[in-house]
Design a protein around this ligand. Structure first.
Ligand code: DAH
Length: 344
């Protein structure tokens, strides 16, 4: 019996040493140390031994088991280490390979124009206000001196939601909302960029949704020359230092007097070309002195306060600045279009 055990030990250890994979080692473990293995078998036959021999044989059987188990553990460790080494060798990372490029977004051209103009006005002490896009008839029209049935409402075809609410047709309602907030106390110096909506058929120059930037200054002793100086600064910032502006009489219900503002053509410098349609001038915005009724309705005393206001179309400015020929490009979100305005 003793011999059998010794023989099993030598045999098993030799097999373990010759094994070349973890699986093979595991098979050997099951074969020799498992419940159905030869050592268990030997131990089963111990009943036939004398009381003296039994413990000796038991001790020997345990020792053989332990020897085999140790050999298996050692071999496993060795094989595992080899495997890791192999993995490391086959999975080296080439840190010099160029990385796959990350797709970077770009600011939308309308965002660029809005942010440029915001920067300019914040630098001149203005704050940036916002107002709701779903607006009441009162703020969109009435508070701007456009009572119900006023014919000038026809200039702005509107998307009504209820009898009294509509998608704002202009950013001008933010003028009335802001004046109310200031409770009759100037100075007020704000701009308000935002989306506006009109019931127009979309084509190269019309969009049912577009953007405006509104400006409003209300204080003591504000005159037309303040308006002109401010707009000249805007025109030069957007279209170049050599630009001039001119004011032409116009009509808006919320300003008196009202003007359209033209900038000298940035393409031909005023000689006349296709961009300015031969006139040397390009219309960029509407403006005027805040109508006394507007001041009054929103709680300001028109005898002590005056103001100027202006409103410009952001798409129009962007189209001129970047030579974009169709307003629909801004809203179809073709990456080939927006990518061109990448700035760092
Ligand atoms: N709200 C006008 C429009 O959408 C633009 C405008 C003109 C705004 C004159 C003004 C202004 O503040 O003074 O046609």
């Amino acid at each position: 019996m003793q011999e059998t055990l010794k023989q099993l030990e030598t045999e098993a250890i030799a097999k373990v040493e010759a094994a070349s994979s973890l699986k093979e080692v595991n098979d050997i473990r099951v074969q020799y140390l498992g419940k159905k293995g030869p050592i268990t078998e030997v131990l089963r036959g111990m009943g036939k031994l004398s009381a003296e021999e039994r413990p000796k044989m038991g001790a020997l059987a345990n020792e053989v088991r332990e020897q085999i188990a140790n050999a298996i553990a050692e071999k496993n460790e060795q094989l595992e280490a080899e495997e890791v080494k192999k993995k490391l060798a086959s999975q080296t990372i080439d840190v010099t390979l160029p990385a796959s490029p990350i797709k970077m977004g770009a600011r939308h051209p309308l965002t660029i124009v809005v942010e440029d103009i915001e920067d300019l006005f914040i630098g001149m002490g203005y704050t940036v206000e916002e107002g709701p896009e779903v607006e009441t008839d009162y703020y969109n029209f009435e508070a701007l001196n456009l009572p119900k049935e006023h014919p000038a409402r026809d200039m702005q075809d509107s998307f009504y939601i209820t009898e009294d609410t509509l998608m704002r047709t202009q950013t001008s309602p933010v003028q009335a909302r802001t004046l109310e907030k200031y409770k009759g106390q100037g100075p007020v110096k704000i701009i308000c960029p935002g989306k506006v909506y009109r019931r127009d058929s979309d084509d190269a120059t019309h969009s049912h949704q577009f953007m405006q930037i509104e400006g409003l200054v209300v204080d003591h002793n504000i005159s037309m020359s303040d308006l002109k100086g401010t707009l000249e600064t805007v025109a030069r910032k957007m279209f170049g230092e050599d630009r001039d502006i001119r004011l032409r009489p116009s009509f808006f219900p919320f300003t008196e007097p009202s003007v359209e503002v033209d900038v000298s053509c940035f393409k031909c410098g005023g000689k006349g070309c296709s961009v300015c349609k031969g006139t040397g001038w390009i219309e960029i915005l509407g403006a005027g002195m805040v109508h006394p009724n507007v001041l009054k309705m929103s709680g300001f005393d028109p005898d002590t306060y005056q103001g100027f206001a202006f409103g410009m179309g952001v798409e129009r400015i962007a189209m001129l600045k970047y030579g974009i020929d169709d307003i629909r490009h801004f809203y179809t979100n073709d990456m080939r279009f927006t990518k061109q305005f990448k700035q760092d």
